[in-house]
Design a protein around this ligand. Structure first.
Ligand code: HPA
Ligand code: ZN
Length: 340
């Protein structure tokens, strides 16, 4: 039997470029780790926690997301969380993933950054042996000060050596409004000097001017979300011409009410204008699905075609932080699978 379009998408080799590992923490694992570590939660049951996932905007989500991450204390906790994501990614046909983590969420609670990275790394090394290539990107929390980001960056410096094969870049996440990229110019300049890859969340809830700042002041290689770029035609043209990719997360945008209806999502319009759009899951445990569910949501609501999906997947590889050789191998794998 010929596979359905959904089955074809599900089985396709793809890259995921925007996934916060703390956002892959499922309620069941949150409760398991809370019990293991003796951490008190403000929710009486898994169902009560899940029922609280009724977000009205980015901040309403972040409040619960940081509460969920409070159960992560030991290296094994970070390992278990990442190992669970590795399973989901492999099941979704992901062959390459670039994972964000938020060290400040953990160091603030007294968890050493070395513990965080060691646990994540152990699971990613296992994933690598099972065919999941992966990189790690350290994100600064933008609601905290730049001095805090600079201190975090300094503390992480030895890790950029020890884990040079994995830890390849820095990013910027958390509450966007009122925390423009310009606030982090100095720390991004230091990371750039070191040759690290640079990304930033911009234009999720924030205005197009934040995307310009990320491009012109931070000199990022990719924009995370960027869906509000559509409000500025000159910016869309610039993104298309320069092929600076957007890591778009449709289910996240719906749950956090960036769009009130998936039919109003700007992903297809940006793709049609030649922007290097990619599809990703953001915080899959909180937003109702892993990467394939995000592709399907876009297909169902936006009339994304067979050729569009090929382009989206191809974009995911072309925007990945991999060597030209690795890229060629990924594209060959995709082309062997997908004949548009
Ligand atoms: N936006 C900003 N910060 C985040 C997100 C997001 O979607 N997910 C986790 N941290
Ligand atoms: Zn994100």
């Amino acid at each position: 039997m010929t596979p359905t379009f959904a089955e074809k998408i599900a089985g396709a080799p793809k890259a995921e470029l925007h996934i916060h590992i703390e956002g892959s923490l499922e309620p069941e694992l949150i409760f398991k780790l809370a019990e293991r570590n003796g951490v008190a939660l403000a929710y009486s049951s898994i169902e009560a926690l899940r029922a609280a996932y009724a977000f009205t905007d980015l901040q309403s989500f972040l409040d619960i997301y940081y509460a969920g991450a409070s159960v992560l204390l030991n290296e094994d906790d970070f390992y278990d969380m990442t190992a669970a994501y590795v399973e989901r990614a492999l099941a979704d046909g992901v062959v390459h993933t670039e994972i964000f983590f938020d060290p400040q969420t953990h160091t603030e609670r007294g968890v050493p950054i070395e513990t965080v990275v060691a646990g994540i790394e152990r699971a990613l090394a296992e994933g690598e042996r099972r065919g999941l290539s992966s990189k790690l990107i350290l994100c600064f929390l933008r609601h905290l000060s730049e001095d805090d980001a600079l201190a975090t960056y300094s503390a992480a410096l030895p890790l950029f050596d020890t884990y040079a094969h994995r830890l390849i870049g820095v990013g910027l996440d958390s509450s966007e409004r009122g925390h423009p990229p310009s606030k982090f110019e100095r720390v991004f300049a230091q990371a750039r000097e070191r040759g690290l890859k640079l990304v930033a969340h911009a234009g999720e809830e924030g205005p197009p001017s934040y995307i310009y700042e990320a491009l012109d002041l931070l000199l990022v290689d990719r924009i995370d979300h960027g869906v509000r770029s559509i409000e500025d035609p000159a910016l869309v043209t610039r993104l298309a011409d320069t092929r600076v990719a957007l890591t778009v997360c449709p289910l996240s945008n719906l749950k956090l009410r960036v769009f009130d209806d998936m039919k109003r999502h700007t992903l297809k319009a940006l793709l049609d204008r030649g922007v290097a759009v990619t599809i990703n899951s953001d915080d899959p445990a909180y937003f109702g699905g892993y990467v394939n569910a995000n592709y399907l949501a876009a297909v169902e609501a936006l009339g994304v075609t067979d050729r569009d999906v090929y382009t989206l997947i191809r974009n995911s590889f072309e925007a990945a932080f991999v060597t030209p050789r690795e890229l060629d191998a990924f594209i060959a794998k995709l082309d062997a699978y997908w004949k548009p």
